[in-house]
Write a protein that binds this ligand. Structure first.
Ligand code: PLP
Length: 399
């Protein structure tokens, strides 16, 4: 049994909602068919999968055929970036992204760089926002893809996706006028926003969008890439031609049914949850800043995910704080769960201008559907004592 009593790391993953588990069970038990089989058992699975595809497509204003199920956010990001690069590299070899993307975007970009692509990593300001003028300035006739995350997983900053969508639309029109054949596509990694902020792919003006079920109380190992009709990508997985030929492999029907249930629940609760989490977040930020000296909030003061708090606490090392909080039964994070194996400071915190030393004193709390007022009160009771203790033994502390 875990000693975690209070879970404040919902950006790393969310607990599976029991209603989601219930929706998945039939496809793990009696309806176990392969969705490609033509007998009843297979067709039941296919029906569940297609219904799920429709629920999810409706949720973001997409068409059913524009949803490609994947094994998660990482695969969706890889499929978007490498898929566009492979299919359109003959028109141009330039991709624009930002310095604060998740590794699931940055690593495929680095990989492509070694294979002849030119990648522009746009800087962000101290709040973590990209500058629209920088986006416009970076675009050349060689640019085939712009990938900007909707919200950052570490500092929670929400990017002006609709505005970037308008820039891309404008470039598309100009290329048409100039009879330039090269396409330019816009991708957003919406892994942290999907199910938490309202998303409409047409209003955002995106051509590709990645999401992952385990960030919205769904199961791990299932995600999606929204692929606007007509956008050309090459698949990464070749085989039986599943998912409209874009992603071969027998479908994870239970996972997909769970993803759709998670979306259905999110849709019902999104407005109420959004308000509730913002209230919890802002109250917690205010109290932490009032009760603990020399604390700085990282990320944008209000253009940020409703559940995200990222702070730097002078003289208290991040990993040590996470371990001390764990002893008190609280799960928090130093930043991104995916990079916590490395000793390097977070690339996101460095990109917003923090010193390496300050980046190492960062702590992230991300609340969620199951976070209560009582949980926050407990954290507020424990945190000042943990900080005081660690500052007392820190060589960096002013004491
Ligand atoms: N993109 C972002 C912004 C994320 O936060 C994550 C997970 O932390 C991913 C991509 C990767 O998603 P997955 O864990 O489903 O592969």
């Amino acid at each position: 049994m875990s000693k975690t009593k209070i879970y404040l790391d919902n950006a790393a993953t969310t607990p599976l909602d029991p209603r989601v588990l219930q929706a998945m069970m039939p496809y793990l038990k009696e309806s176990y068919g392969n969705a490609s089989s033509i007998y009843s058992l297979g067709q039941e699975a296919k029906e569940a999968m297609e219904k799920s595809r429709e629920t999810i497509a409706n949720f973001i204003g997409a068409k059913k055929e524009e949803i490609i199920f994947t094994s998660g956010g990482t695969e969706a990001d890889n499929l978007a970036i490498k898929g566009v690069a492979f299919a359109n590299g003959k028109f141009g070899k330039h991709i624009i992204t930002t310095a604060i993307e998740h590794h699931a975007v940055l690593e495929p970009c680095h990989w492509l760089e070694k294979r002849g692509f030119k990648i522009s990593y746009l800087p962000v300001n101290k709040d973590g926002l990209v500058d629209l003028r920088e986006v416009e300035k970076a675009i050349t006739d060689e640019t085939i893809l712009i990938s900007v995350m909707q919200a950052n997983n570490e500092i929670g900053t929400i990017q002006p996706i609709t505005e970037i969508g308008k820039i891309v639309k404008d470039i598309k029109a100009k290329r048409k006028e100039r009879k330039i054949e090269a396409p330019i596509y816009f991708h957003t990694d919406a892994v942290q926003t999907f199910g938490h902020l309202p998303i409409n792919v047409n209003e955002l003006g995106v051509d590709l969008l990645s999401a992952s079920a385990h960030k919205l109380y769904g199961p791990k190992g299932v995600g999606l890439l929204y692929l606007r009709r007509g956008v050309k990508i090459d698949p990464l997985l070749h085989g039986g031609g599943h998912e409209f030929g874009f992603r071969s492999s027998t479908e994870n029907v239970a996972g997909i049914a769970g993803f759709a249930k998670a979306v259905e629940l999110a849709k019902k609760e999104i407005n109420r949850e959004y308000k509730r989490l913002i209230e919890l977040r802002d109250r917690l930020i205010k109290k932490i800043l009032a009760e603990i000296k020399d604390v700085q909030l990282n990320g944008h003061p209000y253009l940020r995910l409703p559940n995200n708090i990222n702070i730097s606490i002078e003289g208290a090392e991040g990993e040590a704080m996470v371990l001390a909080l764990n002893d008190a039964g609280i799960a928090a994070s130093t930043g991104s769960a995916c990079s916590s194996k490395s000793l390097k400071p977070s690339h996101v915190l460095i990109a917003i201008g923090l010193s390496s030393e300050k980046a190492h004193t960062s702590l992230r709390f991300t609340s969620g559907r199951f976070t209560t007022e009582k949980d926050i009160a407990y954290l507020l009771n424990v945190l000042p004592r943990v900080v005081e203790k660690l500052r007392a033994i820190s060589p960096f502390s002013k004491k």
